[in-house]
Ligand binder design. Structure first.
Ligand code: NAP
Length: 319
C-alpha cells in the first residue's frame, strides 16, 4: 500500500499525481491511482464531495437498490480512496503552474508539486441569483431533474430556461408532475428544434414567455413563485411544489484560464482520451462533460483518467 507520497520524490509536498476536486470523478480517480501505488493527493476544494453533497437521495447510482443519500455516497467514496493511501486535504486551489514539470499547485495553506495532475473540479449550476433561491435549495428548488424529478410526483412543477436542458427536463418531469410550466425570459427557445418540438407538442407543458422568476415563497418548503413579465413589469403568483432551474452550468475552471485550452464556454478541451492540451494534465467529469453530467458518468471518467495517468507516468519512467 502507498503511503500517499511519491515513490521517486520523498519531499513531503510532492506527489505522483495531484487530483483537484472531490466529486465522483475525483474520488474514483483517487481510488484507482492510489490502488495502483501512485502517491496521490486529492485537494477537495470548497465543497468536499461536490454537488452530491447538496442533493438528498440518489436513486440512480448503481449498486444501491434502495437508493443512498448523496453525502453518504460521497463519504463512502472518500473512505475508499483513503483506504488505498490517497491523502485528502480539505483546501482550495488558488493557483496552478502547468508551464513546466513538476507542476506547481498552490492552495490556501500549502504549495504542492506533482508529476501529473488530474482536474476534477466539476461544474456548478447557474443560479437565478434571487435571495430566496438559496433558502429553498433542496426544499423544492432543484438543479437536476434526473436526480430529483421522482420526488415531485403529483406536484405543479415549474422549469426555468429555454435551452436543451430545460426542454429535456420539462419533458422528463411530465412523467411525475401534475402540470409542468416552463418560464422563459424570451419569446423563443434556444433549444434544438427536436427538443423544442417535443416540449411544445406535449399537452402537459405550458409555456410562460417573456417572464422571469422574481421571488420564491413558502414556509419550510416552496409553495409558490412570483413571476414577472419583463415587457410589462406585471407580476403574478403561481402555486408550485417544485422549481427546476435549468439555465445552464458553469465549469469550475477560472484558475485554469491561460494554462489549458478551454472551449468558448470555459469547459476543458480534451485532446486524446482524458488528456488536456498540456502534457501530463488530465481532466475528468463535469469540468469537460456538459452533456451527461451524472454521478456515474463522472465516476467513469475519473476511472478512465486515472488509468491514463498511470499509463502516462509509467511510459515516462521507462522512456
Ligand atoms: P444553455 O444552452 O446555455 O441554455 C440556458 C437557457 O437558460 C437559455 O435559454 C437562457 O436564455 C436561459 N438563461 C440563462 N441565464 C438565465 C437567467 N439568469 N435567467 C433566466 N434564464 C436564463 O444551457 P443548457 O440548456 O444547460 O445546455 C448546455 C449545453 O448542453 C448546450 O450546448 C446544449 O445543447 C447541451 N445539451 C444537449 C442536450 C441534448 O442534446 N440532448 C441536452 C442538454 C444539454 P436565453 O435563451 O435567453 O439566453
Amino acid at each position: 500500500m502507498s503511503d500517499g507520497q511519491s515513490g521517486s520524490f520523498r519531499d513531503r509536498n510532492h506527489y505522483d499525481v495531484i487530483i483537484i476536486g472531490s466529486g465522483p470523478a475525483g474520488y474514483t480517480a483517487g481510488i484507482y491511482t492510489s490502488r495502483a501505488n501512485l502517491g496521490t493527493l486529492i485537494i477537495s476544494g470548497t465543497l468536499p464531495g461536490g454537488q452530491l453533497m447538496t442533493t438528498s437521495e440518489v436513486e440512480n447510482y448503481p449498486g444501491f437498490p434502495n437508493g443512498i443519500f448523496g453525502p453518504e455516497l460521497m463519504m463512502n467514496m472518500r473512505q475508499q480512496a483513503e483506504r488505498f493511501g490517497a491523502v485528502i486535504v480539505d483546501d482550495e486551489v488558488l493557483k496552478v503552474d502547468f508551464k513546466k514539470r513538476p507542476f506547481i499547485i498552490t492552495t490556501h495553506a500549502e504549495t504542492y508539486t506533482a508529476e501529473a495532475t488530474l482536474i476534477c473540479t466539476g461544474a456548478s449550476p447557474r443560479k437565478l441569483g434571487i435571495p430566496a433561491e438559496q433558502q429553498f435549495s433542496g426544499r423544492g428548488v432543484s438543479y437536476c431533474a434526473t436526480c430529483d424529478g421522482p420526488f415531485f410526483k403529483g406536484e405543479n412543477i415549474i422549469v426555468v430556461g429555454g435551452g436543451d436542458t430545460a426542454m429535456e427536463e420539462a419533458t422528463f418531469l411530465t412523467k411525475f408532475g401534475k402540470s409542468v410550466r416552463v418560464v422563459h425570459r424570451r419569446d423563443s427557445l434556444r433549444a434544438s428544434k427536436i427538443l423544442q418540438q417535443k416540449a411544445l407538442e406535449n399537452p402537459k407543458i405550458e409555456f410562460i414567455w417573456n417572464n422571469v422568476v422574481a421571488d420564491i415563497k413558502g414556509n419550510n418548503k416552496i409553495s409558490n413563485v412570483l413571476v414577472k413579465d419583463i415587457n410589462t413589469g406585471k407580476e403574478r403568483t403561481i402555486e408550485t411544489g417544485g422549481l427546476f432551474v435549468a439555465i445552464g452550468h458553469e465549469p469550475n475552471t477560472a484558475i485554469f484560464k491561460g494554462q489549458l485550452e478551454l472551449d468558448d464556454k470555459g469547459y476543458i478541451v480534451l485532446k486524446q482520451h482524458t488528456k488536456t492540451s498540456v502534457e501530463g494534465v488530465f481532466a475528468a467529469g463535469d469540468v469537460h462533460d456538459h452533456r451527461y453530467r451524472q454521478a456515474v458518468t463522472a465516476a467513469g471518467f475519473g476511472c478512465m483518467a486515472a488509468i491514463d495517468v498511470e499509463k502516462w507516468l509509467s511510459e515516462r519512467k521507462h522512456s
